[in-house]
Design a protein around this ligand. Structure first.
Ligand code: SAH
Length: 380
């Protein structure tokens, strides 16, 4: 609505300021915060404990708005890719990934990405702008809100029940824990303020209540921002996009290597405060004949051996615009075997949602909904 201000996205301080403007006591801000983020209610009229008078005043000047879903693509494996159309026409994508024991939301922090990593479609498509906190949080709210109704989660109505009622449900109907990964479009540490603002609300027990250990931020390692993140009181898990065992090769794949060098990024990441026994994840996209040889694996093992590291190998998700090929199964196995033999913890990421181009590195800008392939359910 013209002239109305969106309450969604404001943090505690922002809501307190809004309440002060309305001559309301500060505790109203906390009530509002819980409605917005823990209960995720968008109808101001439904915020019953705010009192009729305040609700009426809120409705005349404010709104609660999430970004608009322009399209949803549903994969054979239950993965759902969301395309959001923002107010200025920019589009971003988020992915819902159902798994055996958990469900994961992959969110974007920028429309496009300025980093231009050679194997990533988002980078190839270019950069538009940073997202605002409400646009980042709105992705999570939308996916969480729709997950139970999406079919993949069965006929589960658990999220609508209160906690006690939910606990009394049979095990299989209980809500699976949510994981949030900041691994969608964009470089989160190039949009530091908005990203950290959103992460605080996500991790807040009065907010989305996502446990910090269930939240992971992935970055190429923007060093000044990484140092700032380390000093935050509550922090997500850290994943570093490495993709090469040495600077020369990394520079060819990731132009950012010119600015923030592999040695320095690893040294900083190893200082990242994590709970005892925790590890920093190093993501390594395997590209056939480029960085997937046994020599590369040995180099990587030498670099990470003995540190609090785990390596996540990601076989390239190929696309016609990407000038690389996926590695062979044998190359992936051999690479993982060498790391494991050197006592470096290693896992191989299973691609999800490949048939709808929802897999890692496949998110990219589209000007208008309807332009991409895949089975498309239009927005309701
Ligand atoms: N800018 C941040 C966050 C984006 S997530 C970062 O780079 O970490 C980016 C991740 O997507 C990369 O680590 C990589 O794991 C993955 N990725 C990008 N392109 C890919 C592709 N074509 N195939 C598989 N994974 C890809």
């Amino acid at each position: 609505m013209e002239g109305t201000r969106n309450l969604f996205g404001l943090d505690r301080a922002g809501l307190e300021a809004a309440m002060t403007e309305l001559d309301e006591p500060a505790y109203r801000a906390r009530q509002m915060y819980v409605w917005l983020y823990r209960r995720r209610v968008r109808d101001l009229a439904a915020m019953t404990d705010l009192g009729k008078g305040l609700r009426a005043r809120l409705e005349s000047g404010f709104e609660v708005r999430w970004p608009e879903v322009a399209a949803r693509d549903v994969s054979r494996d239950g993965t759902i890719k969301y395309l959001f159309q923002l107010d200025d026409g920019a589009t971003i994508e988020s992915v819902f990934i159902p798994e055996e024991r958990r469900r994961t939301i992959c969110i974007s922090t920028q429309a496009g990405c300025p980093l231009k990593c050679a194997f990533c479609l988002t980078g190839i498509a270019g950069y538009k702008r940073n997202l605002k906190p409400w646009e980042i949080l709105g992705q999570v709210a939308t996916v969480m809100d729709e997950a139970p109704r999406a079919g993949v989660w069965g006929a589960d109505s658990a999220p609508q029940l209160n906690e006690r009622a939910r606990d009394s449900l049979p095990r299989e109907r209980k809500t699976k824990p949510w994981n949030v990964v900041v691994m969608g479009m964009g470089e989160p540490l190039l949009n530091y303020e908005a990203t950290v603002h959103a992460l605080r609300v996500l991790m807040d027990p009065d907010g989305f209540a996502v446990a910090p250990k269930k939240l992971t931020l992935s970055t190429v390692g923007i060093l000044p921002a990484l140092e700032k993140l380390m000093a935050e009181p509550v922090r997500p898990n850290l994943a570093i996009s490495l993709h090469a065992p040495e600077p020369g090769l990394r520079r060819q794949l990731m132009p950012i290597e010119e600015k923030y060098r592999l040695e320095d990024v690893i040294a900083a990441a190893q200082r990242y405060p994590i709970p005892r026994g925790g590890r920093v994840t190093y993501e390594y996209v395997l590209l056939k004949g480029v960085n997937d040889s046994t020599t590369h694996a040995r180099q990587l093992a030498r670099r990470l051996r003995g540190s609090r590291a785990k390596v996540n190998l990601i076989p390239l998700n190929a696309a016609s615009e990407i000038p690389f090929e996926a590695p062979t199964v044998e190359a992936v196995d051999a690479f993982a075997g060498i790391l494991a033999a050197a006592h470096v913890t290693v896992s191989v990421r299973r691609p999800r949602g490949q048939d709808i181009l929802a897999a890692c590195g496949q998110l990219h800008l589209r000007d208008a909904p309807g332009g991409a392939s895949g089975s498309r359910a239009s927005a309701q």
